[in-house]
Design a protein around this ligand. Structure first.
Ligand SMILES: Nc1ncnc2c1ncn2[C@@H]1O[C@H](COP(=O)(O)OP(=O)(O)OP(=O)(O)O)[C@@H](O)[C@H]1O
Ligand SMILES: [Mg+2]
Ligand SMILES: [Zn+2]
Length: 546
């Protein structure tokens, strides 16, 4: 019968236990000096060696020829415990034996002397599952067990244990196993099983296992099913994740703002039955690595990957601004939460991908504001010194004069960097408004834009992402401008991109037969009207007037 790898390769002595030297060394020296405790508590996350160490301890204590605090695994006692023929080591699953009666039975049985071994061991797994009554029934025995009994309690949820239990046990905390230790164990097991496991593949499994050796070995088991040569692709396929090649493609598309390719990639991976939750997690990890590479000079120990991959991460990090990377992590975190409850997970990820690829994503808005403030400050200084200033191209325009479709090749001319809110007083609005560029006198009256849905319908042909973002929006026409009303906070960022504003202008032109200026209202950006920038602008205005 096939035995799962993690069971087959359960360490048989303390020397084979990886990544828990603070536990194994202490236990070994206790065994050597004969200072054994009568109650132990092993705690820590899943698959880190708690049950394994409990079994080794039970063998080592009873072994006829222990070596350096390790069981010999050769004597009849060691063999008997290992194959289950010696009944003095008793494993109890507290999840299914959690009542008072179970513990009472245990107490009675504990009074009998062991049959073969020196000590009878009670290994109580998932001990936090015991009922209050059962805990109380255990207390007395735990404090003063018969001299031939040793208890080992194991749990992943230490906070659920009563303080009375904690204080009666010697506690050992099992740590998550480091990626290096997991990798080393995987390579060892693969070699013994005559399977080739590449360095990158082992590192990838270690990363996915996140500190749990059982998970790592289970994944290796699934990879074994795919053949005798295991590389990263095999691991990705076995784990149902995208694989690092795709992750690098994603970050490349983000850097280029190429959401078409990014969407196509999501679609392809989805068709290849890649799990959307895992893909989102992997993407978050990838951008986390880019963040670390971008900010920490000596980041080798902080990123789990092969050497080649680290070089790739560093060079990709160079291509992206930190604010962009942070923005992407934020978008992915939100998407992960949405994906959990979503009816259609793919759509949630697509929306996130579009936001990530949009030219101004969360985070970089601040950077732009900083740039604008710095520019305005320098302008004030120059004006104060009596020099003339040339107005450079503005960086964050909110009102656009897109070109008509006929002149499509030209980028739209961006005018004053300001956001007009619909409710602004008319006189003030007029003052701030740039002169319309349109040659034709406006034949369109102010008021609600009744055919707005036609514009959206037309937009569907030109720019699907923007069409999606404008869902639920409305518009009014005022002073020859189309003012869009939308709750979607990403609209502003989106429309900052020339390509999107041009397509929208084209759709409006299709419906009205006239080119119009576009403004966004009711977005979060309206808040910027009251920011310190305006004070600076006013100051400049004053300088100009003087
Ligand atoms: N530190 C380790 N070194 C080597 N192998 C380990 C280690 N920890 C776990 N393993 C592997 O994982 C398997 C499961 O480990 P074990 O049963 O000891 O985990 P556990 O900590 O008791 O987990 P749980 O909380 O899920 O009960 C073992 O059979 C072994 O193959
Ligand atoms: Mg266990
Ligand atoms: Zn032995």
């Amino acid at each position: 019968m096939y035995q799962a790898l993690y069971r087959k390769w359960r360490p048989k002595s303390f020397s084979d236990v990886y990544g828990q030297p603070h536990v194994t060394k202490t236990l070994q020296s206790q065994l050597e000096s004969g200072r054994i405790s009568h109650a132990y508590l092993f705690t820590g996350s899943r698959g880190t060696g708690k049950t394994t160490c409990a079994k080794i301890l039970s063998k080592a204590v009873n072994c006829l020829n222990p070596v350096d605090g390790n069981p010999c695994n050769e004597c009849e006692i060691c063999k008997g415990i290992e194959n289950g023929s010696i009944l003095d080591v008793i494993e109890i699953d507290a999840a299914s034996n959690n009542g008072v009666d179970n513990i009472r039975d245990l107490r009675e049985e504990a009074n009998f002397t062991p049959v073969n071994a020196k000590y009878r061991f009670y290994i109580i797994d998932e001990v936090h599952m015991l009922s209050i009554g059962a805990f109380n029934a255990l207390l007395k025995t735990l404090e003063e067990p018969p001299s031939h009994v040793i208890f080992i309690l194991a749990t992943t949820e230490i906070h659920k244990l009563p303080a009375t239990i904690l204080s009666r046990c010697q506690r050992f905390d099992f740590k998550r196993i480091s990626p290096e230790d997991i990798t080393a164990r995987l390579v060892y097991v693969a070699e013994k099983e005559n399977v080739t496991l590449t360095e990158n593949a082992a590192a990838l499994i270690a990363r996915i296992a996140d500190g749990g050796m059982r998970d790592a070995l289970s994944l290796l088991d699934r990879c074994f099913a795919m053949g005798n040569y295991i590389d990263e692709d095999a691991v990705s396929a076995a784990a149902g994740i995208a694989g690092t090649v795709h992750l690098f493609s994603f970050s490349e598309f983000v850097a280029k703002g190429d959401f078409t390719s990014a969407l196509k990639l999501v679609s392809r991976l989805h068709n290849e039955s890649c799990d959307i939750d895992s893909l989102c997690t992997e993407l978050t990890l990838h951008f986390r690595n880019l963040m670390v590479a971008k900010t920490v000079k000596d980041c080798d120990g902080l990123i789990v990957c092969s050497k080649d991959e680290l070089e790739k991460i560093k060079s990709r990090a160079n291509e992206l601004k930190l604010s962009k990377i942070l923005g992407c992590i934020e978008i992915l975190e939100k998407a992960a939460a949405n994906i959990k409850n979503a009816v259609n997970k793919k759509i949630q990820l697509e929306a996130a991908v579009i936001k990530m690829c949009s030219p101004v994503s969360a985070g970089s808005a601040n950077e732009e504001l900083e740039e604008r403030i710095a520019f305005l400050e320098s302008k004030i200084n120059l004006l104060a010194s009596g020099k003339t200033v040339q107005t450079p191209k503005e960086t964050a325009p909110a009102v656009y004069t897109p070109v008509a479709p006929a002149e499509e090749t030209k980028a739209p001319v961006k005018s004053e960097p300001e956001i007009q809110e619909e409710k602004t007083e008319p006189e003030k609005t007029q003052e701030k408004l740039p002169e319309p560029q349109t040659p034709s006198a406006s034949v369109i009256d102010d008021g609600p834009f009744y055919n707005w849905s036609d514009v959206l319908e037309a937009l569907k042909k030109y720019d699907i992402p923007l069409f999606g973002i404008l869902a639920g929006s409305s518009a009014v026409i005022k002073n020859g401008r189309v003012i869009i009303n939308s709750e979607n906070p990403t609209l502003f960022d989106f429309i900052c991109a020339d390509t999107h504003s041009r397509e929208l202008a084209r759709a409006i032109y299709d419906v009205l037969g006239q080119k119009m200026k576009i403004a966004v209202s009711n977005t979060e950006k309206v808040k910027t009207e009251t920011n310190p920038l305006d004070n600076l602008k006013n100051k400049i205005g004053n300088f100009n007037n003087n």
